[in-house]
Ligand binder design. Structure first.
Ligand code: NAD
Length: 293
């Protein structure tokens, strides 16, 4: 389906003005226009000094892991409140039972998922020296599995369990195996008997300090931000694209999503609408072709 692109003329702003309100250029891409956007995005990435990626659940849907907000996403099946720290602390065993049921249903089985072409293309861009860091909101470990090295786990990692008291962690599969018969001792830390919780950030919890600091430093340094598969509705992660636009000079933001993010009008310079796997593969091919020439 060919769509008429939305193209805005570049807006020049002096240093004391922010560019978050008026993006430089937005190219909405479907069909015929996609090649033009891929080419432009590849050129921008290739000339970037510090390109950073920000990813969300949408990059992993092609690996069989549902996102939260798309039709059929996790929130249509599970009450988001179950992932709040308050409710978890009221009854940790209840949460662990729900977690095991979700895993058994195949709805959210992170351990068995494999990286898809989007994760692989991103890892390749890092190897080529183009992407310096991936800040991910995902908790599925798929960037690491694909070979990305500089990964900031902004919301933690659901393949680990950690003690809420002494912070020691272990593979979540070991806790799951111990808890399968519902033994309450199974979800207690073996060092200090504190409660074990998946090592992911629940609603109401703070972002891990190290991840927050590194993300801020990366956002400050970055000149190109590649946003992939995120609705940009979850804060403070959604502040990252805002912050790269509010600094001077602002970074260029390239967005790849099935649907435009909530902030695309404020932050996005090149918007490519399509599947992350397909678009990222084309983008990688275009970057490699430019490098050869
Ligand atoms: P979200 O569900 O709010 O938004 C997902 C976005 O990705 C949407 O804009 C959607 O259009 C897009 N999308 C879906 N499939 C796509 C595809 N194949 N190609 C391109 N775009 C696609 O997700 P979010 O913004 O990441 O926020 C939700 C929170 O949920 C995050 O904090 C994350 O930690 C957590 N989460 C993580 C996982 C995971 O680790 N895989 C899965 C679900 C939720």
């Amino acid at each position: 389906m060919a769509m008429v692109p939305i193209v805005r003329e570049p807006v020049r702003t002096p240093p004391f003005l922010v560019t978050a309100i008026e993006p430089i250029i937005i190219i909405g891409s479907r069909g015929d226009n996609m090649q033009q956007s891929i080419q432009k995005a590849a050129e921008i990435l290739l000339s970037a000094a510090n390109a950073v990626a920000l990813t969300g659940a949408g990059i992993s849907t092609e690996s069989g892991i549902p996102d939260f907000r798309s039709p059929g996403g996790l929130w249509t099946k599970v009450d988001p409140g179950e992932f709040s720290i308050d409710r978890f602390l009221q009854n940790p065993a209840r949460f662990w039972r729900l977690h095991l049921d979700l895993k058994a249903s195949g709805e959210f089985n992170l351990a068995s998922a494999d990286p898809n072409p989007a994760h692989i293309a991103l890892a390749r861009l890092e190897k080529l020296g183009i992407i310096k860091c991936v800040i991910t909101q995902n908790v599925d470990n798929l960037h690491q599995k694909a070979g990305s090295v500089e990964v900031v786990e902004f919301h933690g990692n659901m393949l680990r369990a950690a003690c809420i008291r002494c912070k020691s962690s272990e593979p979540i599969e070991e806790v799951e195996a111990r808890f399968v018969n519902g033994d309450p001792k199974a979800i207690r830390c073996r060092k200090c008997e504190g409660v074990l919780k998946p090592d992911a950030v629940f609603f109401g919890e703070a972002i891990p300090a190290k991840a927050m600091t590194i993300s801020q430093v990366q956002a400050h340094k970055c000149d190109v931000l590649l946003v992939i598969g995120t609705s940009l509705q979850v804060y403070p992660a959604a502040q990252i694209p805002m912050s790269v636009k509010l600094k001077y000079p602002p970074a260029t933001v390239i967005e790849i999503n099935r649907e435009p993010s909530a902030l695309h009008q404020q932050v996005t310079d090149i918007l490519m609408l399509g599947s992350a796997g397909g678009v990222m593969t084309q983008l990688l091919n275009a970057v490699e072709a430019l490098q050869r020439n």
